[in-house]
Design a protein around this ligand. Structure first.
Ligand SMILES: [Zn+2]
Length: 257
């Protein structure tokens, strides 16, 4: 019987093409903006590495377990929208308003560790709600919470960029709509929102909430940050409950055949 999972395995190649085009567009614009040999060399290496990853990903549909396919699909959608919004931010925002800078290199590992721990805890909460060990929810929680910061990529290449272009409601709407339309999984959609809120809760609270179209920065107090993290954990638990219901429905369908 064709399950929804099989349906979107067939779509994975199409999605890989979409992601390649997004990355191609990004690398091309970086190339245009930083025409130094060092930059070009770095871009070529990154691009080739990425093509290698894509090549291996094309083997995933045949070899990988279902949970890995689900996670890969979710992470690819999330990264594509993140990069697309970042790219739009670089193009649409006048350079005078482009003020995003990378945090000091020494502060990055600690922040990465913090985001990973936070995201994995979200995933674990969701997994507990399913009453099963659920690697898809755990890994997705960790990956999405961390990867929202892909919107710092231009500043890594010294390209003027607006601050945190993907830390916005527009990003949240776009990514959750695409996750739902592609996977038809309410659990993954809710987990995506959970990871987004947790990430915002862990950052210093000033965000361009309508980026990449309007770059007014909204600033919150620490109580909003704590509330966002609380909301994130509630949403993660709800994602787990939805996943459990979906697993039960699947089991009922198998039994009735
Ligand atoms: Zn961030």
């Amino acid at each position: 019987m064709a399950t929804p999972l099989n349906v979107y395995n067939d779509d994975l190649k199409g999605l890989i093409c979409l992601v390649s085009i997004t990355w191609g567009a990004l690398f091309y614009s970086l190339w245009e903006l930083t025409p130094s040999w060092g930059g070009i060399g770095l871009l070529l290496i990154s691009r080739n590495l990425f093509l290698q990853v894509l090549l291996h990903l094309s083997l995933v549909p045949a070899l990988a377990p279902d949970w890995l396919k689900e996670t890969t699909m979710l992470v690819l959608i999330f990264c594509s929208i993140d990069i697309a919004i970042t790219w739009l931010g670089v193009i649409l925002v006048p350079p005078t308003e482009a003020q995003g800078v990378l945090r000091p290199i020494s502060a990055i590992p600690l922040k990465v560790l913090l985001l990973l721990m936070l995201g994995l805890s979200l995933g674990a909460s969701a997994s507990i709600a399913t009453r099963q060990f659920n690697p898809s929810l755990i890994v997705s929680g960790g990956a999405l919470t961390l990867l929202l910061d892909l919107d710092h990529i231009p500043s890594m290449f010294n390209i003027p960029q607006p601050i945190r272009p993907a830390h916005s409601i527009i990003f949240l709407i776009a990514v959750s709509a695409l996750v739902y339309l592609t996977t038809r999984r309410a659990s993954l959609t809710v987990l995506t929102c959970s990871a987004f809120f947790a990430h915002l809760g862990s950052d210093k609270a000033f965000f361009p909430l309508l980026s990449p179209f309007i770059f007014d920065i909204t600033e919150f107090g620490p109580e909003v940050s704590y509330s966002l993290i609380l909301v994130a954990f509630v949403l993660a638990y709800v994602a787990g409950l939805l996943k459990r219901r979906q697993n039960n429905l699947k089991a009922d369908v198998v039994e009735s055949h």
